[in-house]
Design a binder for this molecule. Structure first.
Ligand code: GRF
Length: 194
């Protein structure tokens, strides 16, 4: 489990693949006085991720790895993280699956946010599947990443009511708003001496 030493902020790297709204939110959170994290670097699996514009504007370090040669990329990433003394990885809309080896090296120190009430609706197209199944509730989950997809220990969840009028877009927007509240809360909970 992630534990802090003294009052130092946890050195965090965020992994993204796209829009990056959770990333932006975590960066804003990291700048707050009582935040337990400092965002040291962002890693994107997609050079066209729109989140990158924000990083350029805010002069935040980022690197791009497309994971086409996954083993090679993961090895390079591990070297970078070691050099930067990374203590925590936050996946935020990261669409690649990290290898078991990579996860083991950061055992218990990789978090993910998933737009469903895990263990229900692991994987992709969660909102569509929730609506097809006429669920009354969906939500989001922050969990530790282990070697099985969306299956690690749950840190925190937030339930969101599904209305009859919802389509995948409206549901995803409702849930995303809650994700932005949940991820910082879960980090505070996890890094508990802050
Ligand atoms: C979020 O719904 C997240 O839970 C999922 O992908 C979406 C990413 O959104 N894994 P963003 O890139 O953070 O805006």
């Amino acid at each position: 489990m992630v534990k802090l030493t003294g009052n130092k902020k946890t050195r965090t790297v965020i992994f993204i693949s796209g829009n990056g709204s959770n990333m932006k939110n975590l960066i804003k959170f990291s700048k707050m006085k009582n935040s337990p994290i400092v965002v040291d670097l962002v890693l994107s699996s997609n050079k066209k991720a729109s989140g990158i514009k924000y990083l350029k504007k805010k002069k935040i370090n980022f690197k791009i790895f497309n994971f086409k040669q996954k083993e090679r990329d993961e090895k390079k990433i591990l070297e970078i993280l070691k050099k930067r003394k990374t203590q925590l990885i936050c996946l935020a809309g990261f669409m690649k699956i990290l290898s078991g080896d990579f996860v083991k090296k950061f055992n218990g120190k990789i978090l993910n946010i998933h737009p469903s009430l895990l263990p229900k609706y692991k994987g992709l197209n969660t909102h569509k599947r929730v609506l097809i199944n006429k669920e009354n509730f969906s939500g989001c989950t922050v969990h530790i990443v282990n070697s099985k997809l969306d299956s690690g220990k749950i840190i925190m969840q937030k339930r969101v009511r599904v209305s009859k009028k919802d389509d995948p877009k409206s549901l995803s927007e409702k849930i995303l708003k809650q994700e932005h509240l949940l991820y910082p809360k879960a980090l505070k909970k996890l890094l508990s001496n802050h």
